[in-house]
Every structure is written in structure tokens, then in C-alpha cells.
Design a protein around this ligand. Structure first.
Ligand SMILES: O=C(O)CCC(=O)C(=O)O
Ligand SMILES: [Fe+2]
Length: 323
């Protein structure tokens, strides 16, 4: 009897050997990345520019942070729910999380470190900065590959200047549920980012929903990163890129799970390139301020991205527009 093959996320080889610019394998990889993001909004990148030591050191840094007293951790305040410290609560008792803004800059990592360790912690700030720099390079590589595949690399060069994006690190700790307790570590949502680059320790739990409504788990392997497209990338692409629902489910008796995400946000406006608009693909999303969108909290995780943008446009423009 034939077994039904379970869906799995596409895996794309982004190792140096495979990505020599202008080689045919570079063009093929660019198209693969674009198609994976159009179909799943997500893929597993195998990437060799990152040392395992750095990833392990980053997990150790998160453990150091989470062991700080609660009164210290709560000083990492946020102006909305996507930044700052989130303590476990009655609704989501398995989840504890921290956000570090401007994490790819020495100022960002040092001001966070100083707040948490007033007498200093160079190991923490140095590791976080090194990690964020590398992960933001991976994020830029992926954007470059998608833009290349759409033929808009030159017209969209403003996405690749020094200050064109802000990067936030979100580190999360998930404990295992007690018997009878809900196993939801993180509720279903889409990311409000342009892109999210995710790594985890050896404990699995991330699940991504396909367009057919099936949930796919992510099995961690060395040198692999999960790349997730956010709402802003979807809007920029005039709806071509998919922004996938995802969640974290924890098993009773599992070890503690740590995940590290680097989230990118475009500074200023997001504008769909002209090349992606034509009679068959009329413009779906008006230009919008990305930070303004992330700060717009009057939306529910269950809303579809289209519903979310409709509410957002209606609030900022004072009128509902068709999206
Ligand atoms: O911890 C994970 O695997 C997922 C985290 C996530 O989806 C997020 O921070 O947006
Ligand atoms: Fe997410």
C-alpha cells in the first residue's frame, strides 16, 4: 500500500560553493528561494558562513539572560508586544522571551547589556553582536536572491544601503507542559517583519502551516536556519510571497527549547516595485510605513494578512481601501 508522503519544508543549499555569483547555480538558487517563499513562505537554508560555536554561544547567552532575576529582566521594556521582555503568564505559561533592538549595532547590544548587567558583560554583548551581524548578512543574501529572481535588484537598491533595515533579536525559552497543561508554546501568528531568520537548540517544536492547511514540523539539523517571510515582504511583492501562519508546540517531558530569531524591519516606507504591477497583477498594497505597521496593535493573530492590512490602512488613512 502506498504511503502518503508527509509534506516537508523545502531545503535550499546556500553554502559558499553553491553560490558563486553569476554562476548558473546562483541563478538556480535565486529562483529556488523565490519559489519556496512564494509557495511556503518559508524554507530551510543550509548555510556554512556561521560557526556552530557562535550558535551554541548565543544559546548560552540566552540561558544567562533568562537566569537573571525577574526585576532585572522586566527593565527590558517595550513600546509594543513585538519588542521587549515577555514573562510566562497564565495564558502562555511555557513562553518567556526577550527582544534586543538595533541588535546588529554596538550601540544596540551595549545599551541592552548595560541595562541587564550594569557592571558589564562583554561576553554577552560581543556574542550577540557577532551573531546578529552574521544573521543579518544571511537575511540580506536572501533578499538579494529574491530581488534578483524578480529582476528588481537594480531598481530596489535602496533596500541594500547601510541604514535601510533595522534588526531585532528575539530570544525565546519554552518549557515543557505539565500533564493536563496546554502544549501551545507560541500561538498561531504570521510575522510582521520583512524576513525572519530562525535558529534553535536541539529541541524541536516549530510548526508551519501550508497553503493546503497542513502543519509541517521543522527537524533541526546542524548549519540549518529557518527563513520565514513576514507580512511586509508579502505586501512588497504585491501578494506573490506567502506570509505563513506558524506556531510552537511543546511535548510533555521534553527538554527546554531555545530559539533565536533575527527579525528585519525596513526603515521608512515599503513600496511595491513597478515591475511587479501589471494588468494581471494590479497593485494590492499602498505604500506604508513598516514601523507604523508593526506598532499597529489593533489586529488579531487570527486575522488573515489581508484583513490585517485592511484594518491598518483604514486606521492610518481614515478610510477603508480595497486590498
Ligand atoms: O520559537 C520559534 O520557533 C518561533 C518564534 C516565532 O515564530 C517568532 O518569534 O515570531
Ligand atoms: Fe513568528
Amino acid at each position: 500500500m502506498a504511503c502518503k508522503k508527509l509534506p516537508s519544508l523545502p531545503t535550499i543549499n546556500l553554502t559558499t560553493e553553491n553560490l558563486k555569483s553569476d554562476s548558473s547555480s546562483w541563478i538556480v538558487a535565486c529562483d529556488d528561494v523565490r519559489h519556496a517563499l512564494e509557495e511556503y513562505g518559508c524554507f530551510i537554508a543550509v548555510y556554512d558562513q556561521f560557526s556552530t560555536e557562535l550558535s551554541n554561544a548565543m544559546v548560552n547567552c540566552l540561558q544567562d539572560f533568562f537566569s537573571l532575576p525577574t526585576e532585572t529582566k522586566v527593565q527590558n521594556l517595550a513600546n509594543n508586544k513585538y519588542f521587549g521582555h515577555v514573562a510566562p503568564n497564565t495564558l502562555f505559561p511555557l513562553y518567556e522571551s526577550v527582544g534586543i533592538k538595533a541588535v546588529n549595532t554596538p550601540e544596540g547590544t551595549q545599551s541592552f547589556t548595560h541595562l541587564m548587567w550594569p557592571s558589564g558583560n562583554d561576553h554577552f554583548s560581543g556574542t550577540v553582536l557577532a551573531y546578529a551581524k552574521q544573521a543579518s548578512e544571511l537575511e540580506q543574501l536572501i533578499k538579494r536572491m529574491v530581488f534578483q529572481s524578480y529582476g528588481v535588484l537594480r531598481s530596489c537598491d535602496s533596500h541594500f544601503t547601510n541604514d535601510s533595515y533595522s534588526y531585532t533579536l528575539r530570544g525565546t525559552k519554552y518549557t515543557s507542559p505539565k500533564q493536563q497543561e496546554s502544549n501551545i508554546g507560541l500561538q498561531i501568528h504570521t510575522d510582521k517583519t520583512f524576513l525572519t531568520v530562525l535558529q534553535q537548540n536541539e529541541v524541536n517544536g516549530l510548526e508551519v502551516k501550508t497553503k493546503n492547511g497542513e502543519w509541517i514540523g521543522f527537524e533541526n539539523k546542524a548549519s540549518s536556519f529557518v527563513i520565514i517571510a513576514g507580512d511586509a515582504f508579502m505586501a512588497w511583492s504585491n501578494g506573490r510571497i506567502h506570509t505563513p501562519y506558524h506556531r510552537v508546540v511543546m511535548n510533555v517531558g521534553s527538554k527546554v527549547r531555545y530559539s533565536i530569531t533575527i527579525k528585519s524591519y525596513k526603515n521608512g516606507m515599503i513600496r511595491t516595485p513597478e515591475e511587479l504591477v501589471d494588468d494581471d497583477h494590479p497593485l494590492q498594497f499602498q505604500d506604508f510605513d513598516h514601523l507604523g505597521y508593526t506598532l499597529f496593535t489593533n489586529i488579531a493573530d487570527q486575522d488573515s494578512p489581508q484583513e490585517r492590512f485592511a484594518k491598518f490602512y483604514s486606521a492610518v488613512l481614515g478610510k477603508a481601501i480595497k486590498v
